[in-house]
Write a protein that binds this ligand. Structure first.
Ligand SMILES: Cc1cc2nc3c(=O)[nH]c(=O)nc-3n(C[C@H](O)[C@H](O)[C@H](O)COP(=O)(O)OP(=O)(O)OC[C@H]3O[C@@H](n4cnc5c(N)ncnc54)[C@H](O)[C@@H]3O)c2cc1C
Length: 422
């Protein structure tokens, strides 16, 4: 019997965890290289909003969004901002970000590609969570978008039309239906859109950790160290390098989220990847909140009742990976939460509010990088999922296993090619 191929997965966030899960299922030998505790607060996979939003198919930009650029620069606490001193570094990415969604046909192409990655995400996550013994972490109760009025919803009609073209259906709720479904919600919101096909995760950090434990129980090794590069000989991968040694392997997967660019470059590909920092605030010890996780169109936040509290997540801040967090942003989220659910206590003691900053690994077109590296067919790119990394991780893991075993990928990977930024 031949020895199974050995794949080293660099990074144990949700994408690395899902890659491990599927590579093991495909019969490969797996080693995960990760310096921190898997699923802990360094990972974007820890503190996200938990949306398994198979309908999140629109790129982050939209035609005409360039008109808002002066606002982003002027308001450092707005829902999207760019730190001035980082602007020269971020500029090429920002220009690509605007260009990638300049016209509606471009947006439709992105939506089609994202739909191929995200369709069935709640079902895929449910199956995987069941297998890993954490079925309770995945809920399939749909997701809700709320608007101040139907007129506000209609301002976004084009986006919903594109979703409809991709097979997304929804139910519209008038003020009365919304108030019945969401009794704690502020009455300012008079229109809702309920998307039944979607789902959510009750604790994304615990989910990631559980998948890594499951992978270890299936024979995966976890090396607690940062990876530093690759040892290649004539285009063939020999090892993944660590500070004080190396792990011999046949294949490697780059899954270090927002820190993937440097590894992509070492694998021969110059990718456009920025950190879109986001924040959350979570209030513990309350039963107030949404019955179904809710996105607020006006303030661009998501609220989700989770195992570890009532979490409000959002904000986009383009800044250097290691810049200090601006905790004022998390306070803004907390203040939004108090306004959105007026029966929450006003005088929350600090120990009841957890705050967090995370790094979305974001490409300018909103599509992750998935595919073989130019410098070696033994290295697989699997990062850049931006706002949909949790939802998209389940199919990403399957695709990674298909690429690692030379099986034809189950979806067309052309739109996700890491070489598309040349
Ligand atoms: C506020 C916010 C809300 C969000 N809401 C949602 C949502 O509702 N739904 C959704 O689908 N997505 C959401 N996202 C996006 C989602 O969280 C990310 O896309 C996803 O977690 C990315 O996963 P990842 O595994 O690629 O990266 P990460 O989770 O960041 O994991 C990368 C791992 O690599 C490790 N690493 C770093 N350097 C090295 C190295 N040198 N060697 C080895 N390992 C290394 C890190 O320690 C980390 O554990 C949200 C993000 C934010 C910030």
């Amino acid at each position: 019997m031949s020895t199974p191929q050995h794949v080293v997965i660099i990074g144990a966030g949700i994408v690395g965890a899902m890659s491990a899960f599927h590579c093991l299922a495909a019969g490969l030998r797996v080693t995960l290289v990760e310096p921190e505790t898997p699923g802990a607060s360094q990972a974007s996979s820890y503190g996200n909003a938990g949306w398994l939003s198979s309908h999140s198919v629109l790129p982050p930009a939209a035609p005409g969004v360039w008109k808002q650029v002066p606002l982003w620069l002027a308001d450092p606490l707005g829902p999207l901002s760019v730190r001035w001193r980082y602007l020269p570094r971020a500029l090429p990415w920002l220009l690509r970000y605007l260009a990638a969604a300049w016209t509606y046909p471009q947006v439709e192409r992105t939506a089609h590609a994202l739909r191929s990655l995200l369709a069935d995400a709640p079902g895929l996550h449910q199956q995987i969570a069941e297998q890993a013994g954490v079925a309770h972490l995945i809920e399939r109760r749909g997701l809700l978008h709320v608007f101040l009025s139907r007129e506000h919803f209609l301002l976004d009609a084009k986006a919903w039309e594109i979703r409809r073209k991709e097979g997304v259906n929804w139910q519209e709720l008038d003020a009365q239906a919304l108030a019945e479904q969401e009794p704690d919600l502020s009455r300012q919101y008079t229109f809702g859109v309920f998307v039944a096909e979607t789902g959510s995760c009750r604790n994304p950090g615990a989910y990631t950790a559980a998948l890594i434990h499951y992978a270890q129980a299936q024979g995966a090794k976890l090396v607690r160290a940062p990876a530093t590069g690759f040892r290649l000989e004539q285009g063939r991968l020999k090892a993944v390098l660590l500070n004080d040694g190396e792990v011999l392997c046949d294949k490697a997967v780059i899954a270090v989220g927002a820190r993937s660019k440097i590894f992509a470059s070492m694998a021969g590909d110059q990718v456009s990847l920025e950190t879109e920092r986001g924040y959350h605030a979570a209030v513990t010890g309350t039963t107030t909140g949404p019955r179904v996780s809710t996105m607020f169109a006006d303030c661009k936040v998501v609220v989700n009742s989770m195992d570890n509290g009532l979490r409000v997540a959002g904000q986009v801040e383009i800044a250097q990976n290691d810049d200090t967090p601006n905790w004022r942003r998390a306070e803004i989220l907390r203040d939004h939460l108090l306004a959105l659910y007026p029966s929450l206590p006003r005088d929350l003691p600090v120990e009841r509010v957890e705050i967090w900053m995370g790094r979305r690994p974001s490409t300018p077109d909103g599509l992750p990088c998935l595919g073989l590296a130019s410098g070696s067919q033994d290295i697989i790119h699997a990062y850049g999922h931006g706002h949909v990394g949790l939802a998209g991780s389940a199919r990403t893991g399957r695709l990674v296993a298909q690429l690692a075993t030379g099986t034809p990928p189950e979806i067309d990977l052309t739109p996700f090619k890491p070489t598309r930024f040349r």
